[in-house]
Write a protein that binds this ligand. Structure first.
Ligand SMILES: C[S@@+](CC[C@H](N)C(=O)[O-])C[C@H]1O[C@@H](n2cnc3c(N)ncnc32)[C@H](O)[C@@H]1O
Length: 300
């Protein structure tokens, strides 16, 4: 899909406005022009300014004139943009049903996601979080994932701008504003590679850049590092700090007090995996997805 069509689609589906009349206008943001003559970024800004103007005229959005000159037209409404991405039909009913356990809006707000950031998502799996990040960051930010997934090709209008890098090199040193990792740390620990991966996180982040980490949480008195896919929160914090990042804050957004963490097949007993199949399914469905830690770190 052409960038023009992608932006028009995003305008309709994420921002809720028809941008087709403004996308082709080059508003003369000369410094934003690419060396090859492209002015996609200038057009994105034109479109987003238009959306802000539309919002100011009748949708309750803040007025463009009221913003500081260097702020983003979406900056004051990142939560609204995330909400519209959450409702996107490209996510599918199955993905949306997990919002109640994964709390994406609250989690991204806690990590401090901003619309103009360069975000690296590590091991995105099937892209559950990428399907939210990609449209939110498309207009003025950047998304890099460390492995590809099927939906990238199926929905180019959503994922067309997502950059895929390798799991051994997350990107240029000091290039990312934020690194996000969801339900991955326990795999690195299982492979004894957590310090190696965390060193790559440290390298790719800018000074002041944020690491947002969510993973299954073992009980506080479990033998460290944990077992069955669960990790002790204090142990995880210590590992990340050992890699040079500073712990900023934790949140209970993704906590689940119903999860005893003691299951026949570890965390995979619970949804969404249901490793026991139909055995006691109702019981595990009633527990829901695992108890999770939500941790925020900064690169000094
Ligand atoms: C539970 S999924 C999480 C996917 C995604 N982050 C999410 O939360 O929806 C774990 C992902 O890590 C990948 N993985 C498993 N073991 C790994 C390892 N040792 N190193 C890197 N990635 C691994 C799997 O292929 C899978 O995509």
């Amino acid at each position: 899909m052409e960038p023009r069509d992608r932006l028009a689609t995003l305008g309709r589906e994420v921002l809720g406005a028809d941008l087709s009349l403004v996308i082709d206008q080059d508003v003369g943001l000369g410094s934003e022009k690419r060396p090859g003559g492209g002015c996609m970024k200038a057009r994105r800004w034109a479109a987003l300014l238009c959306v802000s103007a539309i919002a100011a005229c009748g949708c309750g959005g803040p007025s463009v004139a009221a913003r500081p000159a260097n702020s983003s037209p979406l900056g004051d409404d990142i939560q609204g943009t995330v909400e519209r991405a959450l409702a996107g039909e490209w996510r599918g009913a199955e993905a949306r049903q997990r919002d109640v356990y994964r709390h994406p809006k609250e989690t991204l707000a806690f990590f401090g996601l901003k619309d103009a950031m360069h975000v690296v998502e590590i091991s995105p799996g099937s892209g559950w979080y990428t399907a939210i990040l990609a449209p939110v960051l498309a207009p003025s930010g950047r998304v890099t994932v460390t492995s590809g997934f099927d939906e990238l090709a199926k929905h180019p209008e959503i994922f067309g701008h997502v950059e895929v890098t390798s799991s051994s090199q997350f990107g240029a040193d000091g290039s990312a504003d934020m690194v996000l990792t969801f339900r991955n740390m326990h795999n690195w620990v299982g492979a004894h590679s957590e310090q190696e991966v965390l060193a790559r996180v440290f390298a790719v982040l800018k000074p002041g850049g944020i690491l947002g980490l969510v993973d299954h949480r073992a009980k506080a008195d479990a033998v460290p590092p944990g077992a069955g896919g669960y990790l002790r929160e204090d142990w995880v914090i210590a590992q990340v700090e050992k890699a040079g990042l500073r712990f900023v804050a934790k949140s209970e957004i993704n906590a689940n007090p119903r999860d005893t963490t003691d299951h026949p097949k570890g965390v995979w007993t619970l949804p969404p995996t249901y490793a026991l199949g139909d055995v006691d399914r109702a019981k595990y469905e009633a527990i829901g997805e695992s108890d999770r830690m939500t941790l925020k770190f900064v690169k000094p």
